[in-house]
Design a protein around this ligand. Structure first.
Ligand code: CA
Length: 301
């Protein structure tokens, strides 16, 4: 009995010790999780947009890309006040011009070339919002589509199958190409994607010379600022509808997006908003930094 007692005590202590070690090990495992993979560095590595963005060619010979329906976060938390709050937007799919509308196309469909920097391969500029929507209607008629704009009221019929200006949300969604960061080109040099103050030599350049975004769209930043359909409202994002937002019901200005050949680099951002009167003041032309590109509804199969 006396000889067995120490052995039992030693055994009990050993068992207790093993239990304690096991418990502690288990506790350690529970409290220190394996390192989680770092969040995707969207700033450094732009996400590739999924899907096939091979352009189609319209009846008037212009390239358009089909942008699939989807949702994205619109705005920029580090941008200007009118770019906040960042909010979720869901959009129907649409077709959008691969390039800014050229002077050649504008001249062919309207009979005039408003541009200061004459070059048929360059983007049309000195366009007013009114000129842009008149072109949209002319292009619709040329292709046997129903024009979207009432040229007396300037109201856009979104149910028509013709051409129109993109909504501001459509423009930003198309520009981002799936990239949530402020700029779609990550850490690459902006000069590879855009004509702006630093490299433009104070003029527009032929469309499509720089690299496109993930949707295959050219000159979304720079070259000419692009008219959108929306009335501008600096507070619109505070109560924007989630599905297919179409801008304020009324306003004095229309939205312009993407910056242009005279913009500073800091203004080349997907969420950057500009605006101007649809017919600029007492002159009959817009600024030589104002152009546009068109969208239309995806044709029914
Ligand atoms: Ca542009």
């Amino acid at each position: 009995m006396n000889k067995a007692l120490p052995l039992i005590i030693v055994t009990l202590i050993a068992i207790a010790g093993m239990f304690f070690i096991a418990k502690r090990k288990s506790g350690t495992d529970a409290s220190v999780q394996p390192a989680q993979p770092a969040p995707a560095q969207t700033v450094n590595q732009p996400e590739a947009a999924p899907g096939d963005f091979t352009p189609i060619v319209t009846k008037t010979g212009l390239k358009m890309t089909r942008i699939p329906a989807g949702e994205f976060m619109m705005g920029d938390s580090e941008g200007a006040d009118d770019e906040k709050p960042v909010h979720k937007v869901k959009l129907d799919g649409f077709l959008i011009d691969v390039y800014e509308v050229t002077q050649e196309s504008f001249q062919a469909l309207t009979g005039v070339n408003t541009s200061k920097f004459k070059d048929k391969t360059g983007p049309v500029e000195r366009t007013r919002w009114l000129d842009a929507v008149m072109y949209c209607n002319a292009r619709s008629e040329k292709e046997g589509l129903t024009p979207c704009y009432d040229l007396k009221t300037w109201v856009c019929d979104f149910t028509a199958d013709g051409y129109r200006l993109p909504t501001e949300a459509e423009w930003e969604y198309a520009c981002r190409g799936g990239v949530s960061a402020s700029r779609f080109f990550g850490q690459e040099k902006p000069e590879r994607f855009a004509w702006f103050r630093k490299n433009s030599q104070e003029t527009v350049h032929p469309v499509g010379e720089k690299k496109p975004n993930a949707f295959g769209l050219y000159d979304m930043y720079g070259n000419v600022s692009e008219w959108c359909n929306d009335f501008y409202d600096e507070k619109y994002y505070q109560n924007s509808p989630e599905e297919n937002p179409r801008g304020a019901a009324e306003g004095k200005k229309r939205v312009l997006r993407g910056g242009n050949w005279s913009s500073r680099e800091k203004h080349l951002r997907s969420a950057k908003r500009e605006a101007d009167a649809p017919a600029t003041g007492d002159i009959c032309q817009g600024y030589d930094t104002y152009g546009f590109r068109c969208v239309r509804a995806v044709p029914k199969e």
